[in-house]
Design a protein around this ligand. Structure first.
Ligand code: ADP
Length: 634
């Protein structure tokens, strides 16, 4: 036992305590994954060492033979993992094994319900990692030393997983990390060569460096035990370098969990080797579930970059556009230099062409998923649809492809479910229809009964209902799809083109002519509030609506900007009325100018309310309405 100095006891960060508690209680039925998580960390640690040693070969301290060793002691009830990777200093151990650095963690922890089933899903979104050791161990000892530091700068970290840990400085001759798990009573099964070998084969076969176990040896009675021999139990070659046909689905899935720090299987993957002018291999995955920090600006994103099989960096963001930031994977290039930096990546023209090729790969992978596994695609859309909607604005070249992947609610979809693709929409278009109609608004409940839909309902034309915050902004980038123009049904003078017959049009013109007088009276009554007054052809049940001017900002965008305190350009709506509605008939017949004005204002305000807008002067509306009610009952 080496001498321990500068011993201190420290408390875990609150979030770590919560995570530990959750993990121990919700992952119990999956407990063997602790080994996968610890091996994954050890593998990362050797990757980091190999990379740092490119610039500083002395870090290898003469030993470039990187590996992970797993051993056990049945009597002591321990399992030990040892790696000769980058290791940790005392400070590293305190921060890495005592706190969680991910931003948004505290918020995330608030979502825990205490219901173990639900929470175990949440933990999948979070990633489990080192702390999973405490699922099977009631004490964990970590002995580590950072490569390149003197032997005297080793650290011993120890914890029972109950709120605090101890650290002490120790001598450690070999660089790297040794983790000793003291198994809980009842978990002794893990101190067994067969069990460990099976778990490693199952979860960690794809790890690119050797994972060794002690060779089973039989000793005859009275004979001295021979020196320990080790044997490699995994395949120990980088998965992506192997031919596709030889890789089993399970291997792809386990590899994903390693690089994605995910707990669940991915939805799909795409493995490709590119040869020719540029040479690289990529293995890209669509996760099944959004990580808790998908919308955090500084959340990790990007691919794991290798250059000729040597790990170079995590989270290389330059290979995919931002709107595909949820994709996980590796890219292994033969063309880049080993000492490539993030700055160089941002400027390198090689990266640009790789980026556009990888982007296509991802979009193809998603197209395939949508086509062949519609149920999975639905779940993909729920998790990542909002992010994909950023695509048309960011990636002009792939706009059409991205648009084809979008899903919307419509007047035909089930209660607001975003399940309608533009392809489906077009396939269902009415004869004579050459436009894609949509309506944006605050919520599904609000738009589904919008008066703007009345004429479409009458004619049986499908309208897309867009109610996500990002939608109006999205639609400012989507002008057409498959040669068909998008038309906002709340905007401008709705022209249904061939969907209206010649007779319809003639009849409309005649009505407009007949109501010219009413239009003028309304203009006078509503004055500054409106840009225009006209007869509507889109209403069947409602007396009036407000249409947005062709060039004006939509309501949703205006509300978002106003809420964020920004100045919004002034614009006035167009007041359209339904000449066949009894209220409008009454209005037309009203001789008393004061009452005419009051009723006009009430209709205007009601139309604003139906559109989901706020009234500028709600008190005046109530007063006018009450006045009418009193007259009515008098
Ligand atoms: P994650 O791996 O997702 O970052 P973990 O909780 O598993 O989270 O590990 C936290 C950190 O502890 C790692 O990021 C790494 O810095 C450090 N660490 C864990 N295991 C090792 C190891 N075997 N060698 C060196 N560092 C390690």
């Amino acid at each position: 036992m080496s001498v321990e100095t500068q011993k201190e006891t420290l408390g875990f960060q609150t979030e770590v305590k919560q995570l530990l508690h959750l993990m121990i209680h919700s992952l119990y039925s999956n407990k063997e994954i602790f080994l996968r998580e610890l091996i994954s960390n050890a593998s990362d640690a050797t990757d980091k060492l190999r990379f740092e040693a490119l610039a500083k070969p002395e870090l290898l301290e003469g030993g470039a033979d990187l590996k992970i060793r797993v051993s056990f002691d049945k009597d002591a009830k321990t399992v030990t993992l040892e790696d000769n990777g980058i290791g940790m200093s005392r400070e590293d151990a305190i921060t890495h094994l005592g706190t969680i650095a991910k931003s948004g963690t505290a918020d995330f922890m608030q979502h825990l319900t205490g219901d173990q089933k639900k929470d175990s899903h949440l933990i999948g979104q979070f990633g489990v990692g080192f702390y999973s050791a405490f699922i099977v161990a009631d004490k964990v000892d970590v002995y580590s030393r950072r490569a390149g530091s003197p032997a005297s700068e080793g650290v011993h970290w120890s914890s029972k997983g109950e709120g605090e840990f101890e650290v002490a400085s120790i001598e450690k001759a070999e660089r790297g990390t040794r983790i000793v798990l003291h198994l809980k009573s009842g978990e002794e099964e893990f101190a067994d060569g067969w069990r460990l070998r099976n778990i490693i084969k199952k979860y960690s076969d794809h790890i690119a460096l050797p994972i060794e176990l002690p060779k089973e040896q039989t000793t005859a009675e009275g004979e001295e035990a021979p020196a320990l021999e080790w044997e490699t139990v995994n395949r120990a070659s980088a998965l992506w370098t192997r031919p596709r046909t030889e890789i089993k689905d399970e291997e792809y899935q386990e590899f994903y969990k390693h690089i994605g720090h995910d707990f669940e299987n991915p939805l799909s993957w795409s493995h490709n080797k590119v040869e020719g002018k540029l040479e690289y291999t990529s293995l890209l995955y669509t996760p099944a579930r959004a990580p808790f920090d998908l919308y955090q600006r500084e959340a990790p994103r990007g691919l794991k970059l290798y250059v000729q099989r040597v790990f170079v960096m995590d989270q290389a963001e330059s290979f995919l556009p931002l709107y595909l930031r949820f994709i996980k994977g590796v890219v292994d290039s033969n063309d880049l230099s080993l000492n490539v930096s993030r700055e160089i990546l941002q400027k390198d023209p090689i990266i640009d062409s790789m980026k556009s090729a990888l982007t296509k790969r991802v979009l193809d992978m998603l197209e395939k998923l949508a086509k062949n596994q519609p149920e999975e695609y639905k779940s993909f859309w729920k998790n990542f649809g909002q992010v994909l909607k950023e695509g048309p604005a960011e990636d002009f070249a792939n706009k059409e492809k991205i648009a084809g992947l979008l899903r919307f609610a419509s007047t035909r979809s089930e209660e607001g479910e975003q399940s309608v693709g533009l392809g489906d929409y077009i396939a269902r278009m009415q004869e004579g229809q050459d436009k894609i109609y949509y309506l944006t608004g605050e919520s599904y409940a609000q738009v589904k009964n919008s008066p703007h839909l009345e004429v479409f309902r009458k004619k049986g034309i499908e309208v897309l209902l867009l109610t996500d915050r990002i939608d109006e902004w999205l639609m400012s980038y989507l002008t057409d799809f498959d040669g068909k123009q998008f038309v906002d049904v709340a905007r401008g003078d709705l022209d249904l083109g061939k969907l209206d017959s010649e007779e319809d049009k003639k009849a409309q013109e005649e009505v407009a002519k007949a109501k010219e007088g009413l239009v003028e009276r309304l203009k006078t009554a509503l004055g500054e509030q409106v840009a225009e007054v006209r007869v509507s052809h889109r209403l069947t049940d409602s007396p009036a609506i407000l249409a947005i001017g062709e060039q004006d900002m939509g309501l949703q965008m205006r509300q978002i900007l106003e809420a964020s305190g920004q100045k919004v350009p002034d614009s006035k709506p167009i007041f359209e009325f339904n000449p066949a509605h009894p209220l409008i008939e009454k209005l037309d017949a009203e001789a008393d100018e004061q009452r005419f004005t009051d009723l006009s204002h009430i209709l205007f305000d009601q139309a604003a309310l139906a559109a989901g807008d706020n009234l500028k002067d709600p008190a005046a509306y109530v007063q006018r309405l009450n006045k009418l009610l009193v007259e009515l009952s008098a």
